[in-house]
Design a binder for this molecule. Structure first.
Ligand SMILES: [Zn+2]
Length: 440
């Protein structure tokens, strides 16, 4: 049995000094306020529960620092993203996702929700193993030492306008299984394994016709179901023109909202949308750095939380991989909108990073430092140039990924002294990303 001793540990909704956490079989056997024993593994600073990165597209990491030259919009950014998507195969995706997930663990993530729609070969067709791209992601997460919820996304149409759904473009062909039944049959071939949950996703109402939604809902029963929702006003306008309602109302009327569902972004909502999400306890995943990068607009997260929606966080397109910064932006953006400080207490931000994120990814046994929970621990330095002088209970408002010292996932030390067990993660990223642009 390994025992960790935490200088400070986040228990419940705040820090406690001097906490011993014996770990057996990847779980916390006990949590004790006590002095360290000689053989304890000492964790410096504030030890938080593991973070859940609830929304990731691993391949978007290749776009970091590659899309800022010509301005543009979400839609022109998407064209570049499609260019990268067309150049990925299972081997290249394994290398890219492994490095991307390793960077996430360096930032304190112990679990990732991968919203995956890059299913088939470029141009269409099928790999010999129809889930070869999914298996690449599963292998990547195992290599990087992070738990994975693979949110296998149904993606069937090229867009939506007032007349209905558009055909897939050439680059989108590899995203589609043809219909929701074929999607469900393929996903059913993926077995869960230790550290792996298989969840489902509706890419968006743009990419999935309404008559396919019930099939997806049935297939997802008892599993996490995620959906991109109202990220851009154009989605709302097209949905209104085609169906005469908002995307949220469309999902609600098809029975897709509820506590196992997570709406990603949920940026442009009506009052009725907020009520529909909150009253069904549908979770909402904010991705603040992505929403800022893509000029999406600012979501209304405090009203969503007050209406009943748990809030979690994702680094989405990985314009940065810093979950503490994502959490902080939840509060900072609300301050800018309302001109009021303290819209989210630090404990609420930690909850979004930990408990709510793990719940949204189907891991109710993770996200807290408590007996019986998975042994996910993130030690954040209190003595760095960024954090020195901060009170531990407010550290989430000052610390960043660079301050993460140690990360323990299911009892295994994956990051120690700021170093990942895979070694130089910057080099892994460069090796995976540069060939994708050499071919461009
Ligand atoms: Zn996304």
């Amino acid at each position: 049995m390994t025992t960790f001793w935490c200088e400070h540990a986040w228990l419940g909704d705040g820090p406690v000094a001097g906490v011993r956490v014996p770990v057996a079989d990847g779980r916390m056997a006990a949590v004790q306020v006590a002095d360290p024993e000689p053989d304890d593994d000492r964790l410096p600073g504030l030890v938080l529960p593991g973070f859940a990165n609830a929304h990731s597209h691993a391949f978007h990491r290749a776009l970091r620092g590659r899309t800022h030259d010509a301005g543009g919009t979400f839609w022109t950014w998407r064209e570049r993203m499609y260019g990268v998507a067309a150049r990925l195969d299972p081997d290249r995706y394994l290398a890219l996702a492994r490095a991307t997930y390793a960077e996430m663990v360096l930032a304190g993530a112990t679990c990732v929700g991968e919203f995956h729609y890059l299913h088939h070969p470029a141009g269409g067709g099928r790999y010999a193993d129809v889930n070869a791209m999914s298996e690449a992601l599963i292998q990547a997460a195992a290599d990087a030492g992070i738990r994975l919820t693979l949110l296998d996304a149904c993606y069937l149409a090229g867009g939506l306008d007032g007349d209905g759904h558009l055909p897939l473009s050439d680059v989108q062909a590899r995203f589609s299984d043809g219909d929701a039944d074929a999607w469900a049959a393929r996903v059913a071939l993926l077995p869960e394994r230790p550290g792996l949950r298989i969840g489902a996703a509706v890419h968006s109402v743009r990419a999935v016709p309404a008559d396919q939604l019930a099939t997806i809902g049935r297939a997802a029963e008892g599993r996490p179901l995620h959906v991109h929702l109202s990220e851009q006003p154009a989605e709302n306008e097209a949905c209104e023109a085609c169906y005469g309602c908002t995307p949220t109302r469309l999902l609600a009327d098809r029975g897709l909202l509820g506590p196992d569902t997570t709406a990603v972004h949920a940026t442009h909502l009506t009052g009725d949308d907020i009520s529909a999400l909150g009253s069904t306890r549908t979770a909402v995943c904010a991705c603040p750095s992505t929403e800022a990068d893509l000029a999406d607009g600012m979501g209304v997260f405090r009203p969503l939380r007050d209406a009943g929606s748990p809030l979690c966080l994702g680094s989405d397109q990985h314009v940065q991989t810093d979950l503490l910064a994502e959490a902080r932006q939840l509060e900072e953006r609300d301050r800018l909108i309302t001109r009021v400080r303290g819209r989210f207490r630090p404990a609420e931000l930690v909850d979004a990073l930990t408990v709510a994120g793990h719940r949204a990814l189907g891991w109710p046994d993770a996200g807290r430092i408590a007996p019986g929970q998975r042994a996910d621990l993130v030690a954040v330095r209190l003595d760095s140039p960024r954090t020195a002088g901060s009170a531990p209970d407010q550290l989430v408002m000052t610390a960043g990924a660079a301050d993460v010292h140690t990360v323990v996932v299911d009892g295994r030390i994956v990051v120690s002294g700021g170093q990942h067990v895979l070694g130089d993660v910057g080099r892994l990223l460069a090796t995976a990303i540069e060939p994708l642009w050499e071919d461009a």
